[in-house]
Design a protein around this ligand. Sequence first.
Ligand code: SAH
Length: 211
Amino acid sequence: MTSQRTRDRLVARLARQGIRHRRVLEVLATEPRHLFLDEALAHRAYEDTSLPIGHGQTLSQPWMVARMTELVVQEVPGRVLEIGTGSGYQTLVLSRLVKELWSVERINALHRRAGHRLGQLGIDNVHLRLADGGHGWPEAAPFDVILLTACAGELPEPLLAQLAEQGVLIAPLADRTGCQWLTRVRRHGERFERQRLESVRFVPLLEGVIR
Ligand code: SAH
């Protein structure tokens, strides 16, 4: 169920559904998504579906991970900040494609488990922090790309402030009716240009830390 053949089948499906970036597809074909799930769910790791990771959170579906990663690598992905480490799978995928990555999670159990898994895989260009991601990571700013893997109503001001000039923030944002849109926000000086991409579904961005 976790064989190379199953992974190749998933990647072929993602390519048919519009994921074009060759390196992104290669990374999804290579990296072990099953290691980021509980054993009982590992056999479903290469289905194109989101799966629970405990604490009411989910590992996004592979198509969504691929799409967000594509949006990141279209930029100059030097310094990247991810809000919502979760299982650490999106973090792993990004670590293969960007220079240096900072990732913040608010739930300690998830933060620790992700650190353990990434450590076992020998990933050394990722910095993890247990914190409310709404504050960003001021000491490591500015970032070329900030990626939110949870849906915000309004964009936290500190995140916009930590974007480099021409940097982008990629996030699911909820409109007034509660619909979520994958949104790209590009910084031009003190002006932030928003572009709505597509309709999506994510867990909400929440405040505070759970220890
Ligand atoms: N990228 C993750 C997706 C996890 S779901 C993966 O590949 O598994 C979104 C995650 O965002 C959850 O783990 C949730 O706890 C976290 N989150 C929500 N609000 C947050 C906040 N303010 N700061 C940091 N993490 C947050």
